[in-house]
Design a protein around this ligand. Structure first.
Ligand SMILES: Nc1nc2c(c(=O)[nH]1)N[C@H]1C(S)=C(S)[C@@H](COP(=O)(O)O)O[C@H]1N2
Ligand SMILES: [Mo]
Length: 222
């Protein structure tokens, strides 16, 4: 399908349907959804804890938000209706349990596939960041990131970790799975696509990788 460049999309982005996508080395890792999912809450904390995801999702007020996935490689899927609980509320619950060091300024989200991505705690606590377990009213499928995924809609998609199984509070930034190619903040509006170079210079670098990554993920998705 030909990609459509639209005035409604952020700079440098083209519309595309949502399909499982990510770093090439994670394409082959499709974690099974656990019967009783847990989240490990850890890092520079007084007392790490393991919590039942069901307890987290049931004990907090649910909400729905319209949001997009904007991948740094220049495709975007907009108008997705995510349901879940605000990460802000999840963090309140977690921090009462584990007591993060007061200087923790970063948080890493880890997926069951081993993928890791870091947000500043301030960015993670924005009102629109969700711990999402439904998309358009239906439970997330495995390929969409079940049992729960982060949705950080103003950041590039690599911050929206699927299959979250651990949350790590940190004093310092950790570049995560994207390593030196990650941007600390990755804000779409500022085109923070990668380190050092301005965003528009990264566009062709990332864009030329999309067909190969799409093929790789299509071969390894349901
Ligand atoms: N667990 C996990 N989460 C991940 C990734 C991954 O490889 N593993 N890839 C990220 C990237 S780069 C993008 S663009 C989005 C894509 O979301 P989608 O798979 O729902 O299209 O997932 C993000 N979250
Ligand atoms: Mo991405």
């Amino acid at each position: 399908m030909a990609a459509i460049e639209s005035a409604d999309l952020p700079r440098g982005q083209e519309a595309a349907p949502l399909r499982r996508f990510g770093l090439p080395r994670f394409a082959m890792i499709r974690p099974a959804v656990p019967d009783r999912p847990v989240v490990l809450v850890t890092g520079t904390v007084r007392k790490p804890a393991q919590v039942d995801l069901a307890d987290v999702l049931l004990s907090l007020g649910r909400c729905e938000r319209r949001g997009a996935v904007h991948c740094v490689t220049t495709w975007s899927t907009t108008d997705l209706l995510w349901g879940g609980v605000p990460f802000r509320a999840v963090h309140e619950l977690f921090s009462a349990l584990v007591r993060p060091h007061p200087d923790c300024a970063w948080v890493v989200f880890v997926g069951l596939d081993g993928y890791r991505s870091c947000l500043s705690l301030a960015d993670a606590l924005a009102e629109d960041v969700l711990f999402a377990d439904t998309l358009d009213g239906a439970p997330l499928t495995a390929d969409q990131g079940a049992p729960v995924r982060l949705i950080a809609p103003v950041h590039y998609g690599y911050k929206s970790v699927r299959h979250v199984c651990a949350v790590e509070y940190r004093l310092t930034y950790d570049s995560g799975s994207a390593s030196w190619l990650a941007h600390r903040r990755g804000r779409v509006a500022h085109e923070e696509r990668g380190p050092i170079l301005p965003g528009w210079m990264w566009r062709p670098v990332w864009r030329q990788l999309v067909p190969r990554i799409r093929r790789l993920y299509a071969r390894n998705s349901g």
